[in-house]
Write a new protein. Structure first.
Lengths: 396, 225
């Protein structure tokens, strides 16, 4: 028989109280692990989304950079246009490796969703765009045959939403001629999954935007100084330079602000759990006051009693913490769905990234918090004098 | 024979203050407790029996007088052992049995008996199964205290007190919660321990039990008669 088995059996004396306290610790561990996992998952997802764009700098018509970033990440409609002559100006810069011109156009579709929604079409250059997105693989078909062809390549989710396969025809609101689906992409885990790609020339013709662009994706040479290049681009008239690094930093700043508040809530949850631990263990000590005194009369030193009570706390916190981590794994999908519902922008891929480092840290933090709370009750128990216990016995 | 004296008390006094009044709970008691001897302390309620037992058992400090345990001065003159050292003395010499059994309800009989050994295993300690057999509770090894009779619980408490091989067993009203039949059983057990060289010092109201003692000391108003 060891101190651990005695401590464990002591906890079983008041099963409901032990379960409630462990439940409080479990919830704290769950909140903490989920939040830490979200922080990491969101950052990873955002990095992945931006890295998979294939270009480091986006040039748009002058406007709000946040709007531009949001439009770009959400695949939304471009509201401002640039003349295609800007392509030549940008190519003059020695830092430029590749450029792909894009024209985004949105049409309100009253049959989409419950009360209608914007259907967005991204016109891309068949000669340059596929080369910038080498990771895109086809489930069916291939890229367009011609820049003027009325053809479309659907992202994986867009194909599911439109219920179209390669070879099918689809209608675009306001356009008389049908568009042929020539390819369906495999799932990439990026915003491309929800995009309808069409040849740039065809989109211009369909929507009367001859010679216009909404964005230029610029891939810079490896040795280029990107911030310096971005500054140079501002010499061009009426353009907005969106740096992917800036987008990442801006979104992370917004997310970090929200995270501080949520971490504050997690901190409060931790404090409440710690208060619960102090209350439970202290109550348990008071109830066993006489018994602890008898233990000391039988030769238990103050440290022995301290160790026994602290071990009870450690078991309580360890079990609660482990259950909380387990719960975080089990409910990761649910938590992710809730986060996606409430956040205005959430990157693709897993949003709650629970790895050993995160779960280990959450477990250690919760257990350490619990053990800290157990110090006072254990100290009180260690100070019990045998005679006091015997007097209590006599008075009862 | 000096070597047989386990506890030696000289002129022990214990006074309390109750408001402005000074209460002499124990007033100048001197006695020796020898190995293999059963001593009963009797007296009316409030006479100072338990206070004397607590002082002799190193659970309470006297106000004055001297107390030696195993020849070592525990209290007297300018010497007063701190709590930690008193615990070491208690480990080496004493086993305690109380009127209430204070068994841990979630531990089995065997585990309750082994509980003191978790913290300290004394030289000459008893084998748990041997002590259970001696006390007639060997068939109850895996039972929880809630499944035992009062007499069985007191036997478990005695076994727990004996596990580390104490030289002195202090018992405060060991039969206080038991009927006459169970009391008789406990008396026989205590006599058996004395025959094995253990000194038994008990406080009791049970005159039948006191009659079994080698010495009966009566205390009234804190004084020995």
């Amino acid at each position: 028989m060891t101190v651990y088995s005695i401590a464990y059996k002591n906890l079983l004396r008041k099963k409901t109280r032990t379960a409630l306290t462990a439940g409080g610790i479990m919830l704290s561990a769950w909140v903490l692990a989920t939040l830490l996992g979200f922080n990491k998952g969101y950052q990873q997802g955002l990095n992945r989304d931006i890295d998979n764009m294939g270009f480091q700098v986006l040039l748009t018509a002058k406007g709000c950079p946040y709007e531009a970033a949001t439009l770009m990440l959400k695949g939304g409609t471009g509201l401002r246009y640039m003349d295609e002559s800007i392509l030549k100006d940008v190519y003059k810069y020695p830092e430029v490796d590749k450029i792909t011109p894009m024209l985004m156009h949105g049409v309100f579709d009253p049959d989409k969703g419950e009360s209608g929604a914007i259907a967005a079409y991204l016109g891309v250059d068949p000669a340059t765009f596929p080369a910038m997105k080498p990771y895109l693989e086809f489930k069916q078909g291939a890229w367009f045959t011609d820049d003027e062809a009325y053809e479309a390549v659907l992202g994986y989710e867009a194909a599911e939403l439109e219920t179209r396969e390669a070879g099918d025809l689809m209608l675009v609101i306001g356009v008389d001629k049908p568009v042929k689906v020539v390819g369906v992409l495999k799932r990439s885990g990026t915003q491309d999954d929800g995009t309808i790609f069409m040849p740039l020339g065809a989109v211009r013709e369909m929507f009367g935007r001859k010679g216009k662009l909404t964005g230029l994706g610029i891939k810079v040479k490896k040795e280029a100084d990107i911030p310096a290049f971005e500054n140079k681009l501002y010499d061009l008239p009426d353009v907005q330079v969106v740096s992917m690094a800036q987008v990442k930093a801006t979104i992370m700043n917004l997310v970090n602000s929200a995270r501080v508040i949520v971490m504050g809530i997690a901190g409060i949850a931790l404090i409440i759990a710690m208060a619960g631990v102090i209350n439970t263990v202290l109550m348990s000590v008071m109830e066993r006051y006489a018994e602890i005194g008898i233990l000391k009369s039988m030769g238990a030193m103050p440290f022995d009693v301290f160790r026994l009570i602290w071990t009870e706390t450690a078991i309580l916190c360890g079990l609660g913490g482990a259950a909380g981590i387990g719960l975080a794994f089990v409910t990761a999908g649910l938590s992710e769905a809730a986060v996606r519902y409430f956040l205005p922008y959430a990157p693709n891929g897993a949003l709650i990234a629970l790895d050993p480092a995160i779960t280990g840290f959450a477990f250690v933090l919760i257990t350490a918090g619990g053990l800290l709370s157990g110090l006072y009750p254990a100290w009180r128990a260690a100070r019990v004098r045998p005679l006091e216990a015997i007097r209590i016995e006599g008075e009862q | 024979m000096t070597k047989d004296i386990l506890i030696s008390a000289k002129d022990l006094r214990k006074t309390y203050r109750r408001g402005s009044e000074e209460v002499r709970a124990v007033d100048g008691v001197s006695l020796d407790i020898k190995a293999g001897e059963m001593t009963a302390i009797i007296g009316p309620s409030g006479s100072g029996k338990t206070t004397l037992l607590n002082m002799l058992g190193c659970l309470d400090n006297p106000t004055s007088g001297t107390l030696r345990v195993g020849g070592e001065l525990v209290f007297g003159g300018h010497r007063e052992l701190p709590e930690g050292e008193l615990t070491l003395v208690r480990r080496r010499f004493y086993g305690y049995v109380f009127q209430k059994f204070y068994l841990v309800p979630t531990l089995t009989v065997l585990e309750n008996i082994m509980l003191p050994g978790t913290f300290y295993r004394g030289e000459g300690g008893w084998n748990p199964r041997e002590v259970m057999k001696l006390l007639g509770i060997d068939r109850r090894e895996d039972h929880l205290p809630g499944e035992l009779s009062g007499g069985e619980m007191q036997r478990v408490a005695i076994a727990r007190a004996l596990i580390n091989g104490p030289k002195v067993l202090l018992a405060d009203e060991p039969t206080g919660n038991l009927d006459s039949r169970r009391s008789e059983e406990i008396k026989e057990i205590l006599k058996g321990l004395v025959s094995r060289g253990v000194a038994v010092l008990m406080v009791t109201h049970n005159l039948e039990l006191a009659k079994a003692a080698d010495r009966v000391l009566e205390i009234r108003d804190g004084r020995m008669h």
